[in-house]
Design a protein around this ligand. Structure first.
Ligand SMILES: Nc1ncnc2c1ncn2[C@@H]1O[C@H](COP(=O)(O)OP(=O)(O)O)[C@@H](O)[C@H]1O
Ligand SMILES: [Mg+2]
Length: 339
């Protein structure tokens, strides 16, 4: 663990030196830990996408310092910037930005093609990534043949292509209905928990933001609030709540059983003490009814010993049976020869 993204006093201006010069980000300082899942929230036009583009090295700040995985992005030349974009970060956009003319598998292969990965590895990895996002059965589909949620899952797989340390997602659920958005959000949770990806998510949804580790609020180009989130998917939370209810119910039932058992035991004890007296009385009666000789007879009848005579008879019967079997076989052979 360590700091993977470090922004220091980032300022972004547009139309510099012109009469309509516009300062969008007014000195943003922010650190994101390796493996953290953070949300950036704020009203439209507050500078979220501008900030995200800076983090992903799609744009350069006007002033301020920026380090990604220890690399000073401000000092990087264009080639290094393009390497950062290709290797360190994976982008997911609201409008998916898939290449319309090629299928899902090829869309995922593309960043690997730019990175110079060989064909076999590209295909293998693309297939694995499609599997990861639950889209293995749609590999050959064109983007237009996929629903919004499916397109976004392919886009997430593509963002993962070169195994970047950071996933940057700019309103990835903005164009999706809440159920589909939920599914996409769960994929991000999975990438964060299972693949240890650092995720920066821009979202308008308070609900989704609450599920991340930390929520950063932006307003008019400034950070106005940072607070902790649950870091847990709502699906996971629901599961935990369901389990809690089940466990409580089980406890209630077992408590009821314990109480019931206790009262039954109490009843039994009462019964036992009264029955003991009866049993004692019965014993005395039984002894009088059964004479000693009869008991010995019963023992002999039940003994498992086989007398010598009986053994011989058994052996004979076994031999006869075997001979019968042989005869039948001979007959069969004869029949075969006849044919
Ligand atoms: N390339 C650009 N040129 C000029 N103004 C821009 C540019 N990109 C963004 N802006 C302006 O910066 C402000 C913040 O935009 P943006 O970062 O997209 O906000 P958000 O993503 O929070 O909705 C907006 O007023 C927008 O018009
Ligand atoms: Mg935006």
């Amino acid at each position: 663990m360590g700091t993977i993204i470090k922004l220091q006093n980032i300022v972004k201006k547009f139309y510099i030196g012109e009469p309509n010069e516009l300062e969008i980000l007014h000195g943003i300082s922010l650190e994101v830990e390796d493996g953290e899942f953070v949300a950036i929230v704020g009203p439209s036009g507050s500078g979220k996408s501008t900030l995200m583009n800076m983090i992903g090295a799609l744009d350069r700040p006007t002033s301020g310092e920026y380090f990604i995985d220890g690399i000073d992005v401000g000092k990087a030349d264009d080639e290094e910037l393009s390497d950062i974009r290709n290797q360190k970060v994976g982008f997911v956009f609201q409008t998916y930005n898939l290449i319309p003319k090629v299928n899902a598998l090829k869309n995922i292969e593309l960043p690997m093609l730019y990175a110079g990965t060989d064909r076999q590895t590209r295909i293998k990895r693309s297939e694995e990534l499609l599997e990861l996002v639950g889209m293995a059965d749609r590999a050959k589909h064109l983007p237009e043949e996929l629903s919004g949620g499916q397109k976004q899952r392919v886009a997430i797989a593509r963002a993962m292509a070169n195994d970047p340390a950071i996933i940057l997602a700019d309103e990835p659920t903005g164009a999706l209905d809440s159920k589909t958005g939920r599914m996409v959000m769960d994929i991000f949770h999975k990438l964060n928990k299972e693949k240890h990806k650092t995720i920066v998510l821009i979202t308008h949804s308070e609900e989704l933001a609450e599920e991340t580790d930390r929520i950063i609020s932006l307003k008019d180009g400034e950070i106005v609030d940072i607070r902790k989130g649950s870091g847990k998917s709502a699906t996971e939370k629901q599961k935990e709540e369901d389990e809690k209810i089940i466990n409580e119910t089980i406890k209630e039932i077992s408590d009821t059983f314990d109480e019931l058992n206790a009262s039954i035991e109490l009843e039994d004890e009462k019964m036992d003490s009264s029955e003991e007296v009866k049993v004692e009385e019965n014993k005395e009666e039984n002894v009088e009814e059964k004479p000693e000789e009869n008991k010995d007879d019963i023992k002999e009848e039940n003994s498992g010993e086989v007398s010598e005579e009986n053994k011989e008879v058994q052996e004979e019967t076994n031999t006869e049976n075997n001979e019968d079997d042989n005869n039948t076989n001979d007959n069969n052979d004869d029949k075969k020869e006849d044919k």
